[in-house]
Design a protein around this ligand. Sequence first.
Ligand code: NAD
Length: 390
Amino acid sequence: MINGERITKSTVRWGMVGGGKGSQIGYVHRSAALRDRYFDLVAGAFDLNAERGRDFGAELGLDPARCYADYRAMFTSESAREDGIRAVSIATPNNTHYEISRAALEAGIHVICEKPLTFTTAEAEELQALAEARGLIIGVTYGYSGHQMIEEAARLVASGALGEIRLVNLQFAHGFHNEPVELANPAAKWRVDPRFAGPSYVLGDLATHPLYISEVICPDLKIRRLLCARQSFVASRAPLEDNAITLMEYEGGAFGTLWTSAVNAGSMHGQKIRIVGSKASVEWWDEHPNQLRFEVQGEPARILDRGMGYLHPSSLIDDRIGAGHPEGLFESWANLYYRFALAIEAHDAGKPEQIKDLRYPGAKAGVEGVRWVENCVRSADLGGVWVDYQ
Ligand code: NAD
């Protein structure tokens, strides 16, 4: 990867739904997908406002005939073309993910969808089954999970260097919404409205990121039961929470906590993952993603740096530049997108077994994120009680 060497044979013809002008995450998708030319953006239904969406597509250099008024028109026209899109990314508010993903899969198009994948586990499982039946992939953009030091943390846990895993301490707690910013910010407004956001705000919007990273680092941990308490410190956000704390008991005795917040005043991102074992701990913080703390009890703490020869070889394969130069969120996303491209290529060749060892957030990760939110909301709405994980 350091030399930008291609690892797929083809470039995936790609479209987008949402992610239009002024959207929060649209540009991150484009910059990640187009970074190494694994994808070629040829079509889009970028905006709820059809005219603005068309203008935006034209600004991006697309054929105006392939800038569609809505996703239905796009899937119908594109699936009838010989050179139609093979994959679509869905970067719209949460309430649309299920119906747009389903329509894409039914049209034979691979899906890369924003989190949370759906409102309910049943819907997410339905999409997973549909993708499997059609030989298509679903990728879910847990965009922080492409950072190389997460792979290193996973390798350290797998090697036994931490000993037996005891504690999983997760947080994603920023301070940007400590006031009712939604009154002036459309991207914040839909997030605190259940009709668009679904059954939760920060649990689905933020917490599912460190949750997925913990699943990557500790794949053997299975939640047995959890307790969640959620609050709306900005009262007008109720019933949706802007802060929540979840306790998790895992099979086998490990214990976890996840604090998620949009009202952690003064905090930038505050996304941290700390895994505590019987011998040592690892800690990763997304504001310093090139570093991983490795702390062995009784020894000085070590800061492991991205790109260094002492890391596991699989923690080096995604490096684009040598150690010491900071890589960031754009590279992390690009690492996910090239994996999506590899998965799409293998599925289109009818050889999904070729990528059985490829780690990427797929349909299962999407389902598990939704399942976790559903369990948290059930616990919180019962008054913050322990519930068996379903
Ligand atoms: P946003 O409100 O900033 O932008 C939404 C975009 O979708 C706008 O361009 C809007 O016009 C368009 N849109 C809405 N409905 C549409 C429809 N039916 N058809 C076509 N276009 C439509 O929202 P955002 O903050 O960019 O969030 C979008 C999604 O991305 C959400 O699901 C959010 O949870 C997710 N997100 C993920 C990350 C991440 O790190 N993975 C970060 C931010 C947002």
